[in-house]
Ligand binder design. Structure first.
Ligand SMILES: Nc1ncnc2c1ncn2[C@@H]1O[C@H](COP(=O)(O)OP(=O)(O)OP(=O)(O)O)[C@@H](O)[C@H]1O
Ligand SMILES: [Mg+2]
Length: 512
């Protein structure tokens, strides 16, 4: 079996979406929520107008009687106006109040989302008719969406969740919500009615996967149904109200070719990464938070052969491997009694008993580093993982400290030797200050000189300056290495020509 160890030396300004919450900022409070309200935050609009003319007291989803006298005609302001007026929220509040009285929320909760939406639609239409509220079809649709979001979904977050261009949603308490679009963080005008509504929505999110977040267990990781990664930290730990962070799941994951189009890497660099993925180099992807590590890891897994058995270990499953023979594992936090936790280390150790050919670790952040290196070193060539570090050298020292902190009392030279004999390539990702994401290093781990690990860059990204719009100018530079250390490995897998061509092309680009 060939193995490294077997002797080869050689995104524009975005207008924030509808401010759904301010409705509550000016509540027309009259009634408390009906006793039938479920524990969720369905009656988010507690401040609602009574609706005597409709008198919707029927228990289940009984629509108001059409024979009742219509109320005086109301004009509703344009619901599509992004600055929605107070009158819009008043109308919404009125309709919401009537709706809550007309439906049995606990029954509604038993319906699937589409049927529930249909029920709400029917009742809202009837309320509008009875109240003689004048609105266009599109205004009515928007209002309906807004109301459905509050009753069924994640309230003010819904419009953000439905947008594909957002990478992250960051809610800092009820009044501040930021998003990241095209690499830039921007403030939105999304507001929650109050801290309680925000907590209710957090609870609803984590409740979907059977977790709880409250004062006694104020930290919680979860995943939305669409795969988005969620973290909630609640008061009293979060001082100004619950902080909710969502890494939006991208259905259409980026590919290496797209990264080339975005200028994150050159075509030759991408070609070399494809070879590295294919020829079973052990790879660490290093980068800061949100720099694109997971994206890059996902890209590189595309070049794994379809007949290889791959096992992935993640804290929140984000990877989307296309191969048929993949086992996906996920860690588990402790339950409310503080037991039952399954750590990344448990998963990686267990992996080794599952006859993996490659092990992919979503994020290496603790003692599992030791087990991953051992796996890399014992026949699981082509294993990969990401870790938080700002340069390839820092990645190496992080790895070393993770092992030391894991309680292994190994001399540091031994740990370094282990790293050298396990890791082939470090790929560094970075989010630059203009919001662009670049692959800044493709670096090989060569060996040891004395006590020091020797590395060799194949590609580096150099920043040359800044243009008038504040965009950074830079270029990927090939360092001119003619024969990387994984050359023999490439030859073994029949990728020698491809590697040579990519290296030559990179060289030619330098000369041009
Ligand atoms: N090269 C790129 N160009 C443009 N967008 C990118 C690029 N790489 C990643 N992204 C986007 O950036 C966001 C963050 O990417 P990703 O989840 O891969 O980062 P990460 O480094 O794994 O973050 P974390 O540290 O939070 O785990 C995603 O929305 C992703 O689609
Ligand atoms: Mg990640």
């Amino acid at each position: 079996m060939f193995g490294k160890r077997s002797g080869s030396d050689n995104q524009a300004t975005v207008t924030a979406p509808r401010p759904a919450a301010p409705a509550a900022a000016q509540p027309l409070a009259v009634h408390e929520a009906p006793p039938t309200a479920p524990a969720s935050d369905a009656p988010v609009e507690t401040g609602r107008t009574p609706f005597p003319s409709a008198g919707l007291g029927a228990p289940l989803v009984s629509a108001p009687s059409p024979t009742r006298a219509p109320a005086s005609v109301q004009m509703v302001p344009n619901a599509t106006d992004s600055r929605r007026s107070e009158a819009y929220y008043e109308t919404k509040s009125t309709i919401f109040g009537a709706l809550i009285e007309a439906i049995d929320l606990s029954q509604l909760a038993r319906l699937d989302a589409d049927s529930a939406r249909e029920e709400i639609r029917d009742i809202v239409n009837e309320i509008i008719a009875i109240k003689n509220i004048v609105m266009s079809i599109s205004e009515q649709e928007e209002l309906l969406d807004d109301i459905c979001n509050d009753v069924l979904g994640f309230g003010p977050l819904e419009p953000l969740l439905s947008r594909d261009d957002i990478a992250d949603i960051m809610v800092n308490g009820p009044t501040r919500c930021y998003i990241e679009v095209a690499g830039k963080i921007q403030l939105t005008n999304v507001r929650f009615r109050d801290a309680a509504q925000l907590m209710n929505i957090c609870q609803r999110i984590v409740g979907q996967i059977g977790r709880r977040v409250d004062e006694s267990s104020p930290i919680c990781d979860a995943r939305l149904m669409d795969g988005s990664r969620v973290n909630v930290i609640a008061p009293p730990l979060a001082i100004d109200g619950a902080a909710l962070t969502i890494r939006k799941f991208k259905k259409d994951k980026l590919t290496l070719d797209q990264l080339v189009r975005y200028g994150s890497i050159t075509p030759e660099g991408a070609e070399i990464l494809k070879v590295i993925g294919r020829v079973r180099c052990n790879v660490l992807i290093s980068g800061g938070t949100g720099s694109g590590k997971t994206t890059l890891l996902n890209c590189m897994t595309n070049y794994i052969e379809h007949d290889e058995r791959v096992i992935t270990c993640e804290d929140a499953a984000e990877l989307q491997l296309q191969q048929p023979h993949v086992v996906r594992l996920e860690t588990r936090p402790p339950n409310l009694e503080g037991v039952g936790m399954i750590t990344m280390r448990d998963l990686v150790k267990n992996c080794l008993r599952m006859r993996p050919e490659r092990i992919i670790v979503g994020e290496v952040r603790g003692p599992e580093a030791f087990d991953l290196l051992q796996a890399m070193n014992t026949g699981h060539d082509g294993s990969m993982g990401t870790l938080h570090a700002n340069s390839p050298r820092e990645a190496l020292s992080r790895l070393e400290s993770m092992i030391t902190m894991g309680g292994y009392s190994l001399p540091s030279r031994t740990i370094r030797e282990m790293i050298v004999s396990s890791v082939d390539v470090i790929v560094q990702a970075a989010r630059l200050r203009d919001g662009s994401r670049r692959i800044t290093h493709v670096t090989e781990v060569l060996g040891m000189e004395g006590d020091v690990i020797i590395t060799q860059d194949l590609f580096v990204y150099e920043i040359l300056g800044e243009d008038a719009q504040g965009k950074l100018r830079g270029r990927h530079r090939s360092t001119g290495v003619g024969k990387p250390r994984f050359w023999d490995r490439a030859r073994y897998f029949g990728e020698e020509q491809r590697l040579a061509a990519a290296l030559d092309a990179a060289e030619a680009r330098e000369d041009a």
